[in-house]
Design a binder for this molecule. Structure first.
Ligand SMILES: [Zn+2]
Length: 329
């Protein structure tokens, strides 16, 4: 769970679960922590890494109200954890559901029961140990081969446990002090594009960090734009390992609108960091791939996107096709 530098003062750590990224935007000895995740031991490792850098966390940021993006650790401090007003409303309505989803997740592989890995489900690759943090892929090298699943990558949750009883809560994975901080997010001012208030503290640098609100993938999903660094954090969008996920609620129109909302930022970004997968220095290519995929599905074609080979993605693809078909039904 080491940080990899992807841009000036922008550090990304990658979880062994679903290649989930945690990002630290650092300004001297201050830092904004985005979507810290995921396993209990990884949250501790993140706190160690932040401490090791001599950085004090001055704000948190949650891209969207899904359980893998609402975690926190006491060692990050009692700072505001910004989210969109719609996301905060979702959390207010559904905190217990979100918490149940978190607890229903299988224990993090390799953490609690090193000698007893969770049996792989049919068709699921065996846990292959921690995903190595990978440096940002150079634009010249072209896209990574998404047909080759990252070690430890499973399908993104997308509320997989909603409605499913939690058979054996894996609370042992998360100590009470971590569970108590789950989803304790604070609403940003209600605007489509809004600067974080004093992201590096009242007496810190006044570099702007800008939240861009849309409703793709989840209500009130945010991207975080660091204009002075040319870095765009997109949450569960524009991934090299996951297909577009217009699923919470099922809303293809909102997803397409969300891509349009992000487009001008993607065009200006030098580095893009997805919530799951690999950061890239060719952000426009990521947007193009997703637009091409969705345009093809909407045209009734069956696009040959290599991400379809990744775990869980055949089911996602079938669902996207069903949504597209219903749009014209
Ligand atoms: Zn996610």
């Amino acid at each position: 769970m080491a940080f990899v530098r992807v841009a000036d003062g922008v550090l990304v750590a990658t979880s062994r679960v679903m290649a989930t990224t945690s990002t630290l935007i650092r300004a001297g000895d201050r830092g904004v922590l985005v979507d810290p995740a995921w396993c209990a031991d990884e949250l501790v490792a993140l706190a160690d890494a932040v401490d090791g850098l001599g950085v004090r966390v001055t704000a948190g940021f949650s891209t969207h109200p899904h359980h893998d993006h609402l975690l926190w650790h006491p060692r990050f401090g009692g700072v505001p954890r910004w989210a969109s007003p719609r996301a905060v409303a979702v959390v207010a309505d559904e905190r217990e559901v979100l918490l149940a989803e978190l607890l229903a997740e299988p224990a993090c592989p390799g953490a609690d029961e090193p000698g007893e890995p969770r049996p792989a489900e049919p068709g699921e690759p065996r846990p292959a140990g921690p995903a190595e943090p990978r440096p940002v892929e150079p634009a010249e090298s072209g896209p990574a081969d998404p047909a080759e699943p990252l070690p430890g990558v499973r399908v993104d949750p997308r509320r997989p446990t909603r409605g499913r009883p939690s058979p054996e809560p894996s609370a042992r994975s998360f100590p009470p002090e971590v569970l108590a901080l789950f989803a304790q997010v604070t609403a940003l001012p209600d605007a489509p594009v809004v600067a974080l208030p004093e992201p590096f503290g009242a007496d810190g640098p006044d570099e702007p960090l800008v939240a861009v609100v849309h409703d793709a993938h989840a209500a009130g999903h945010l991207a975080l734009w660091a204009p002075e660094r040319g870095v765009l954090l997109v949450g569960d969008m524009l991934s090299d390992v996951e297909l577009p996920l217009p699923f919470d609620p099922d809303d293809l129109e909102a997803y397409l609108t969300g891509l349009d909302t992000l487009a001008p930022y993607v065009a200006r970004a030098r580095v893009l960091v997805p919530g799951h997968g690999t950061p890239t220095s060719d952000p426009v290519a990521r947007l193009d791939v997703d637009r091409r995929y969705l345009a093809a599905v909407l045209a009734g074609r069956d696009p040959d996107d290599p991400r379809r080979a990744n775990p869980g993605m055949p089911e996602v693809h079938a669902r996207v096709r069903a949504l597209a078909a219903a749009r014209f039904g």
